[in-house]
Design a protein around this ligand. Structure first.
Ligand code: HDE
Length: 713
């Protein structure tokens, strides 16, 4: 049994949801072909015809069944979040949090609650690219003993709108325009920005959407946020307001825009492939579950409304308590059966978790069940294998399309005496779900409370909290997004709207989109920051990063093998790239296999680059435009570059020499400041690898930011 199979075995046996799924798995290897009625088929390559050149006969049941099934094998894609990728895992709480909630899966650290997580983009259709600028969905189904709990989250903590009644509007505005279905998976068009300038409550979300958060490096390196305000309720009935967070243990990291755009062409599956491969290699992504809690009595103590989904609760004011950890350790067996058919719903809660009056959440509670009815073809989608709880289901609901359960007996109503009124409602002591008895009073009005009126303070807070590089990326994103808008008035209104966030931001936006700067650039009154929202302050780790090695015949085998071994020891993967696929031979005669050539990969697919020594290898590479482009592009995207002995000469033949060295006094300065780690003397290889690994852990070296325009890549 190989490693992957072994992992799969462990995963199947340890996880109760997977044991449940096991009875649905079908393995067709080494079996004889049958129809759906189980009749063996003797020939499947020709339809039954009247004569060799004659018409196909109606009685060919095998042909008709095969074509009919094929004709019906699509279901509607999700109206939003159509493109997604699902994986299995488990969750464990660190210690009982009985004080805050009675939810059973949050009480016992020894219990592994199975989960299924689906990551997604929002706007693009099912076949769109992974690395587009967009919000990412991060939906988790916990199969708890008390029934399914869904935490249907995004990787951005706020939302575009404050009331769910505007959801169809924002989605229509951002989706491809209806007359020509252009553009795919992008906000960079007139209808979206028209909506934005007419809807000032979008300001805070737009700042996040145009930040690096919207182009994650990996699903494994993203935060998740429940966005809406929920409630925790404990055994004594005491409630607290709560917001949920997922904190990735690899830190929060992003791509750069040029890279994201190129990846969308070179590898549209970049994110799903990254997750699929990480799990297959046993590099299981981990996320801590965090909660922010606010006491009921403190509801009005903040300068924002805690029910407003366009607001964060700054972590510096309301700390995030980390209560447990989720590990994702299993890929699906079948994308359609699991990832496509899974159905999430923020209304799937268990005792101990309740709702708030957040008007976005209230609307969501209607929409998710409703959408599954059309998408999954009726009310029995809870019976689809991936959606079934591990807790038993007993009620009087019956029939409907695709009913699987054979409900026995004559009673399907309540109250009844024929079955002693079973199935009977459970008391609270028996874990029956009891809604929190919040007192609600009011007139029926179509209005918003005035506490929802401040649309700019937190947008400014976000802007204030960004590093200079993050700010530059936001301005560049405005230039791309709003620069793609045709209508000049809309462009001008974007400048004027974001003048309310920060006058200098508005001035910079205007400069890149052919609009006038604001007449009176605003000096913000909000001057504080929330360091937690900046990715500069995240965890830095080299683990599971991927390094490309450029190589040709005549390389130095001792050097490359020492470096590869050290990188592997630090959990860094390597891949050899060369002009052609096949084997390469070192000076000493050893052979190494090429993983990819320039046609099948590109620098954009790696976190760093290493060029080993070997006179002949380096001379050949120096003559290859692709190799030089690879180096230049890696440099432009601020990634770590390492070179040993003659490998350093190749760097000097690239654009780095002229561009990076401009202004640097010595090569040492270049090395230490720019994340370009070089060593001429191979006897210092251990020092090199240590420094190289540390540089990779930094993710990017933004000090190169100002030089990127000079790089021809
Ligand atoms: Fe969703 N959302 N949404 N949403 N949402 C859907 O349900 C909706 C919102 C989120 O991987 C739909 O099954 C409304 C916020 C995720 O299957 C639909 C509003 C957040 C997913 C729907 C929102 C989300 C969805 C489409 C109020 C972050 C993908 C398909 C304005 C907390 C789940 C489906 C998956 C999917 C409605 C806003 C997260 C139509 C009405 C805020 C991760 O029901």
């Amino acid at each position: 049994m190989d490693k992957n199979q072994q992992q799969k075995e462990n995963f199947i046996h340890e996880n109760s949801k997977n044991k449940d799924l096991e009875s649905y798995r079908a393995d067709h290897g080494e079996e004889l072909l049958t129809t759906n009625q189980g009749v063996r088929v003797s020939h499947t390559d020709d339809s039954l015809k009247a004569g060799n050149r004659g018409p196909t006969l109606m009685e060919d049941f095998h042909f008709r069944e095969k074509l009919t099934h094929f004709d019906h094998e699509r279901i509607p894609e999700r109206v939003v979040h159509a493109r997604g990728f699902g994986v299995h895992g488990y969750f464990q709480v660190y210690e009982p949090i009985t004080e805050y909630t009675k939810a059973k899966f949050l009480q016992d650290p020894s219990v592994k609650t199975p989960v299924f997580v689906r990551f997604s983009t929002v706007v693009g259709s099912r076949g769109s690219a992974d690395t587009v600028r967009d919000v990412r969905g991060f939906a988790t189904k916990f199969y708890t003993e008390e029934g399914n709990y869904d935490l249907v989250a995004n990787n951005i903590p706020v939302f575009f709108i404050q009331d769910a009644i505007k959801f169809p509007d924002v989605v229509h505005a951002i989706k491809p325009e209806p007359h020509n279905e252009i553009p795919q998976a992008s906000a960079a068009h007139d209808t979206f920005w028209d909506f934005v300038v007419n809807t000032p409550e979008t300001a805070h979300m737009i700042m996040w959407l145009l930040s690096d958060r919207a182009i994650p490096r990996s699903f494994r390196m993203m935060e998740g946020f429940g966005v809406n305000t929920f409630r925790f309720v404990n055994q004594q009935g005491k409630a607290r307001f709560v917001k949920f967070h997922w904190k990735p243990l690899l830190g929060v990291h992003s791509l750069v825009w040029d890279e994201a755009q190129k990846l969308a062409g070179k590898d549209p599956d970049y994110h799903r492939r990254d997750l699929w491969e990480a799990i297959n290699m046993g590099e299981y992504p981990e996320y801590e579950l965090g909660v922010q809690m606010i006491e009921e009595e403190e509801e009005f103590n903040f300068n924002f409304d805690i029910l407003d989904p366009t607001k964060i609760w700054p972590e510096e004011i309301v700390p995030v308590k980390r209560i447990g950890k989720m590990t994702l350790d299993g890929n699906v067996d079948n994308f359609f059966a699991e990832t496509e058919q899974v159905a999430f719903h923020p209304g799937h809660v268990v005792p101990g978790i309740d709702f708030s009056n957040d008007p976005l959440l209230q609307g969501r509670l209607f929409s998710y069940l409703d959408t599954q009815l059309i998408r999954l073809g009726g009310p029995n989608f809870h019976e689809i294998a991936i959606n079934r709880p591990i807790a038993p289901i007993h009620n009087n609901q019956r029939d409907g399309y695709h009913r699987m359960t054979i409900d026995c007996g004559s009673v399907s109503y309540s109250p009844n005496s024929l079955q002693a009124n079973a199935p009977m409602p459970a008391s609270e002591a028996e874990n029956g779900y009891v809604h929190y008895q919040e007192k609600v009073e009011g007139q029926k009005v179509r209005q918003r409370n005035e506490s929802f009126n401040d649309h700019f303070s937190q947008a400014t807070l976000f802007w204030n909290s960004m590093s200079s590089t993050e700010k530059q990326h936001i301005v560049e994103a405005f230039h791309f997004e709003v620069g793609s808008v045709m209508d000049k008035e809309i462009k001008q209104r974007v400048v004027d709207m974001f003048n309310n966030v920060d006058g200098q931001l508005a001035v910079q936006i205007a400069a890149g989109i052919g609009a006038m700067p604001p007449k009176a650039p605003m000096i913000p009154t909000v001057t504080n920051q929330s360091p937690a929202v900046s990715q500069e302050n995240t965890i830095k780790d080299a683990r599971s990063r991927k390094v490309a090695i450029l190589l040709e015949n005549g390389f130095n085998h001792t050097e490359i093998s020492q470096v590869m071994e050290s990188l592997a020891g630090a959990g860094v993967q390597t891949e050899i790239i060369s002009k052609n696929l096949g084997m390469l031979t070192s000076v000493e005669g050893q052979q190494l296999e090429v993983g990819k050539n320039y046609v099948t990969t590109g620098s954009i697919k790696y976190d760093g680059l290493y060029i080993p020594g070997g006179q002949q290898s380096v001379s050949t590479l120096t003559m290859q435009g692709e190799a030089l482009h690879f180096i230049n592009e890696t440099f432009k995207h601020a990634k770590t570059i390492g070179a040993t002995s003659e490998g350093v000469d190749l760097l000097m033949a690239s654009a780095i020499q002229g561009v990076a060295m401009a202004g640097a006094d010595t090569q040492d300065q270049l090395m230490s400041e720019m994340g370009v780690v070089t060593i001429r003397n191979a006897s210092d290889i251990n020092t090199f690898t240590q420094e190289f690994i540390n540089a990779i852990a930094q993710h990017r070296h933004w000090i190169r930011q100002n030089k990127k325009q000079m790089i021809p890549a």
